[in-house]
Write a protein that binds this ligand. Sequence first.
Ligand SMILES: NC(=O)c1ccc[n+]([C@@H]2O[C@H](COP(=O)([O-])OP(=O)(O)OC[C@H]3O[C@@H](n4cnc5c(N)ncnc54)[C@H](O)[C@@H]3O)[C@@H](O)[C@H]2O)c1
Length: 340
Amino acid sequence: MQKITIQGLQSDSQILIGEKLANANHYLPAGKVVIITDDNVRQYYHPVFPAGPVLRIGTREGIKNLDTVRKLYEGLLHLEADRSTFILAIGGGIVCDVAGFTASTYLRGVRFGFAATTLLAQVDASVGGKNGVNFGGYKNMVGVFSQPEFVICDLGFLQTLPKREILNGLAEIIKSALIKDQTLFEYLEKAFPKALELDLEVIEKLVHETVSIKARIVNQDEREGGERRLLNFGHTFGHALESTSGISHGEAVGIGMRMACSLSVQKGLLSPQKAGRIEKLLHNLGLPAAMPFDRQAVLVALKRDKKRADDKIHFILLKDIGQAMMELISIRELEEMLDK
Ligand SMILES: NC(=O)c1ccc[n+]([C@@H]2O[C@H](COP(=O)([O-])OP(=O)(O)OC[C@H]3O[C@@H](n4cnc5c(N)ncnc54)[C@H](O)[C@@H]3O)[C@@H](O)[C@H]2O)c1
């Protein structure tokens, strides 16, 4: 088991890579523990949950809203949860985001921790203290920055995860390598077949390296004033495609990263040869190169981007593999990119 510490402005968070959910009692306080999970995760893993009442939420992005949070508040009231109650979220990014927000706001905040059960949650969603829900058609519009006391990344969970969900996590791992770590990218180029087979040693290294990258960024810029924005690489087009076409997050971010690479080449920042290596890795992992999309709908989604300032968007480009930079790019330029 490997431990990485996130130093939040208000509190720290221990990310426990390779720890088992069965050992959760080592990290839980003695008092009342309420577990929040989703229907799928409960079905698979209920026998290894620590003791405590369980509140369930549904699945899919549509339930990540204030109505679900309201139901959780009601459940907590019903269980007479008080300020000494500890909330343990066991699930993917949706469970962690919703439960983290609920815990941070119920009674002005109670203690909480996560057991992240998807690869995406282990390398991204559960790490860094952003918790929130969607509102008014905008993703993660209402939320807080607050760190879970611990995150258990039990790699055994990944064995039951559908391949599509594994690819969602791998897309975020590639993103992290591209913005910060050339060595990790080179490792991925060699180790991708084993990563796809979920070879434990390879997956543990990938989770560890990716969490280390995010921890270094968050420790510098928890509130996303600058450096943390680099983590949005591939996500401007990615989110717009995901919200308008129904493709998976990994597929959308894969295409978004390809588009951001093309723009980087076009601006003379990234060599075509390096962009080719990136294309090849995405292809080898089975992430599609392009998808038919509704140009108008994607444009509307781009204009709703939270990273927008007037008619420009904070866009992340690559100078090299492992080196990202932020540039303000006009919507018009992105529109031209879409047409290509
Ligand atoms: N807070 C952040 O910093 C941050 C960062 C990235 C993403 N996110 C959010 O994370 C969410 C996506 O998270 P996700 O990809 O984990 O999706 P998810 O939580 O929807 O989980 C994916 C699916 O896998 C199922 N599942 C979970 N664990 C399983 C397991 N071990 N075995 C079998 N099935 C399992 C779930 O029930 C669900 O159906 C999005 O809402 C996104 O906005 C948040």
